[in-house]
Design a protein around this ligand. Structure first.
Ligand code: GDP
Ligand code: MN
Length: 387
């Protein structure tokens, strides 16, 4: 689960990581007043769940309160396009105002989990800011990685290593070291999957400040963090994914036109690959899970149908734990309830009770094509959609 920058800043503050004051606005009301109250240049920042806002025009410097209002007008409600949003961008529903910092140097600092070593890793760079991806690609030697053994935890030397890599000295180095330890504490206590500060800055005055934050949480740990759950902003999420999560369906919307309903995440991935290899493009990932009841299948079917890009549906079910006849029942009920589906549907049922499932489908009077195997299924749906 992702949170906004302003929420990340609040968490940083709670963990003793230095941030500036901030205020969030959903309308223009109070924007100019707050800029006046800060009494200095401010930065107006789009609050969306995507990075790269600065380059997309979602972060603007405002020397006066009138400028702040002007930027707020332009940013609020805009369709912000960044390299993380896709071509259509995302709508900006909230903005944040912060006092502008005098930046002498921008650093990168993050903690994430390295799967290969199964341990948290601190990633730091003296060349932080909006071009960090380029730094990682072209000058990887400028990215410092420090492994933390989760059993031993974080120690001051980890922090000193990072401060050294950033090239800071004296008081600033001590602050950086403390930030590293506090960020690690936050990362572990809140079950983060990533906690990133980019940029962490050295100001002209010699202070260290976090002026951007991106924090993502491991959904599997969310049940034990009521405070974090409360930070969820479903307005920022894909509406169909929110609806799917309410039915406990693992659904990810993609931009293709072949919808797929599959049981099992691995099979769902393979199905998407097969659609692609057959010359089509998957509209989604959907794992209906091992306990596909007719009601769940119907819910899944309805979600798939709501995506306006969908031009065909592929149902690929292997009856291992789930029974194919139950899936068939769900499909038939869903199609009947939704009524009038004119899209081509290809169904591949294999495994437990597949004969019964196919018989049910045949008796249903519905129009669909049956496939013998995954290859055949993918080829059939892609051909049907192209027609
Ligand atoms: P992002 O583009 O979504 O990562 O948004 P950031 O909050 O990181 O802002 C992008 C860039 O804008 C930063 O890397 C800075 O260079 C610049 N920026 C952001 N806040 C300030 C500020 O308070 N003062 C100055 N001078 N630059 C800022
Ligand atoms: Mn940033």
């Amino acid at each position: 689960m992702l949170i906004h920058e302003y929420q990340a800043r609040d968490l940083f503050k709670e963990y003793g990581i230095p941030v500036t004051d901030r205020k969030v606005f959903e309308s223009l009301e109070g924007v100019e007043e707050y800029a006046k109250e800060l009494g200095e240049a401010v930065v107006v920042k789009a609050q969306v769940h995507a990075g790269g806002r600065g380059k997309g025009g979602g972060v603007k410097f405002a020397p006066t309160p009138a400028d702040a209002l002007e930027h707020a007008k332009n940013i609020l409600g805009m369709q912000l396009i960044t390299h993380q949003t896709g071509a259509e961008g995302v709508k900006v529903n909230k903005i944040m105002l912060v006092p502008a910092a005098d930046i002498a140097k921008e650093f990168y600092l993050a903690i994430t989990v390295d799967r290969a070593t199964q341990s948290p890793f601190i990633i730091a760079s003296s060349e932080g800011g909006v071009d960090i991806e380029e730094v990682a690609e072209k000058t990887p030697e400028l990215i410092c990685k420090v492994q933390v053994d989760p059993a031993h935890g974080i120690w001051p030397y980890h922090g000193r290593k990072v401060a050294d890599a950033l090239g800071v000295k004296g008081k600033a180095a001590r602050t950086v070291a403390a930030i590293v330890m506090n960020l690690y504490k936050m990362f572990m206590e809140k079950d983060c999957s990533i906690a990133e500060i980019n940029p962490l800055i050295l100001t002209e005055q010699g202070d260290i400040l976090a002026i951007d934050g991106k924090v993502n949480f491991d959904d599997n740990g969310l049940f034990r963090h009521k405070d974090i759950q409360d930070l969820r902003d479903v307005q920022e999420e894909e509406p169909l994914e929110v609806e799917a999560s309410e039915h406990d369906l693992a659904y990810i919307k993609l931009d293709g036109n072949v919808a797929c309903m599959v049981n099992g995440a691995g099979l769902a991935m393979a199905t998407m690959d097969m659609i692609q290899i057959s010359g089509g493009s998957p509209a989604n990932f959907l794992d209906v899970g091992g306990t596909a009841t007719p009601a769940r299948v119907e819910a899944a079917f309805r979600i798939l149908m709501k995506d306006p890009n969908v031009e065909g549906i592929l149902i690929n079910v292997f009856g291992g734990i789930v029974r194919c006849d139950l899936v068939a029942e769900g499909v038939i009920e869903a199609i009947k309830n939704i009524g009038n589906i004119e899209l081509p549907i290809v169904i591949r049922l294999s495994g437990t009770n597949s004969t019964e499932g196919k018989a049910l489908l045949a008796e249903s009077g519905l129009t669909f094509e049956l496939a013998d195997n995954l290859n055949d299924a993918a080829a059939k749906i892609v051909a049907a959609v192209k027609k």
